[in-house]
Design a protein around this ligand. Structure first.
Ligand code: CA
Ligand code: CA
Ligand code: CA
Length: 407
């Protein structure tokens, strides 16, 4: 039984076939004799994250009008990295379709249900390398449309991905790639183009989680909607908005950690590097990729950083005071100037400072050194306090463990 996605793509292909045309560069001739000694094959990686051993890969030839024919080859995945190899009688345009259980890079769990992913490519006689992933899937219908307009399938794949990057609204503006989606690999760090697949995968998973319910079926649902919607080269603003909202909150560090762990633990996995989504994703859409944005959660295209502490003014609690610990901003009242609290070193602090555990004084630091006499710090007598303040010993409202501070 065909999957719903297969039927969807088939429907798109059939719907559009009346436009005729075809691509002269695609020489699939149904009358070609199949050479028994053909060494044509296609191999690659199936990644939504990595598809597991036991998944299937099928090849469906496309005719001159790029309509889908009957399956001509099928193989099983041999490992948990998504690797496949599929022998074929000859080259030509095909829909490659993978289906199987996959590793979710955001939850760290295996999917409960299989996902179906496709790629529309023109295979050469001989050996071919084709990766199949979320981006090849979303580009399938668009690639067919472009090829029907006269492009080669190879050029159509590159253009479809380039168009999609501009449409998605999750990457930095003017992000381009000269690579086709089937050249991308989640397991490679360089070139940066691979990060496009990692970024899209991460945001897609987050958006699927936001939809609620079983995340596996929501991933498939979103892939189907995006594929269908992108056939004409433009995406529904509601879908773009949905992805943008997922992009704002997706935990890319967790995505990388899960994926690295997977590659480190499965057989033959060690040695893989993982593409970094933050090299291309732009969570606040200010034109700076997360990895090179000094305030990734707030739009600050100018990247102004007055105190040059690498934290942009817009999200720096003390924008004019460089502080390598936790900075309490001046409040114009009890705290006339910025206060910088450095982490305690092995539980100790310089003389006249006290190591305290206080979220109010130390922020995200587990503990920090607070100078005696400073608001919130320990005091011994009124002389250690600023003018106008007096020492309040044994005061429960002062930070533990000293419960002594100037007020
Ligand atoms: Ca940014
Ligand atoms: Ca920013
Ligand atoms: Ca700063």
């Amino acid at each position: 039984m065909k999957s719903s996605l297969s039927l969807l793509l088939l429907a798109v292909l059939v719907w559009s076939c009346g436009s005729g045309g075809g691509d002269a560069s695609m020489n699939l001739d149904a009358t070609d004799s199949v050479e028994a000694t053909s060494t044509t094959s296609v191999q690659g990686l199936i990644q939504k994250g990595p598809m597991l051993q036991g998944g299937t890969i099928q090849a469906f030839p496309l005719d001159l009008a790029l309509n889908q024919g009957e399956e001509v080859a099928q193989a099983l995945l041999a490992d948990d990295l998504g690797s496949y190899e599929l022998p074929l009688a000859e080259g030509g345009p095909v829909l490659l379709q993978a289906r199987g259980v996959w590793f979710n890079e955001l939850t760290g769990a295996l999917s409960g249900t299989p996902v179906t992913l496709g790629a529309v490519v023109a295979l050469e006689d001989g050996a071919n390398a084709v990766n199949i992933n979320a981006l090849t899937q979303v580009c399938t219908a668009r690639t067919v449309e472009l090829a029907r307009g006269g492009m080669t399938l190879a050029a159509a794949n590159v253009q479809a991905l380039d168009e999609l990057l501009a449409q998605l609204g999750i990457f930095t503006p003017n992000t381009h790639t000269a690579l086709a989606p089937q050249a991308l690999d989640l397991a490679l760090a360089d070139p940066v183009d691979h990060a496009l697949l990692a970024g899209f995968s991460a945001v897609l998973l987050q958006a699927a989680q936001h939809r609620g319910g079983a995340v596996d079926s929501k991933v498939q649902e979103l892939l189907g909607l995006l594929t269908q919607d992108f056939a004409d080269g433009t995406l529904d603003p509601a879908l773009v908005q949905e992805l943008a909202e997922a992009n704002e909150v997706v935990d890319t560090a967790l995505f990388r950690k899960r994926l690295s762990t997977w590659y480190a633990e499965v057989p033959d996995g060690p040695g893989y590097q993982c593409a970094d989504p933050d090299r291309v994703l732009d969570a606040d859409l200010d034109g700076r990729a997360n990895a090179s944005d000094n305030c990734p959660g707030d739009p600050n295209p100018a990247q102004t950083d007055t105190d040059t502490d690498t934290i942009g003014d817009i999200c720096d609690s003390c924008p004019i005071t460089a502080c390598s610990g936790f900075c309490l901003a001046a409040d114009g009242a009890g705290r006339p100037q910025d206060l910088c609290h450095l982490p305690c070193q092995a539980g100790t602090c310089p003389e006249d400072q006290t190591c305290l555990q206080s979220e109010a004084l130390c922020g995200a630091l587990a503990s920090c050194c607070v100078p005696d006499g400073e608001p919130g710090g320990a005091c011994h007598d009124d002389q250690t306090c600023d003018e106008g303040k007096s020492c309040s010993p044994d005061d429960p409202s002062c930070p533990a463990p000293l419960n002594s501070c100037c007020k």
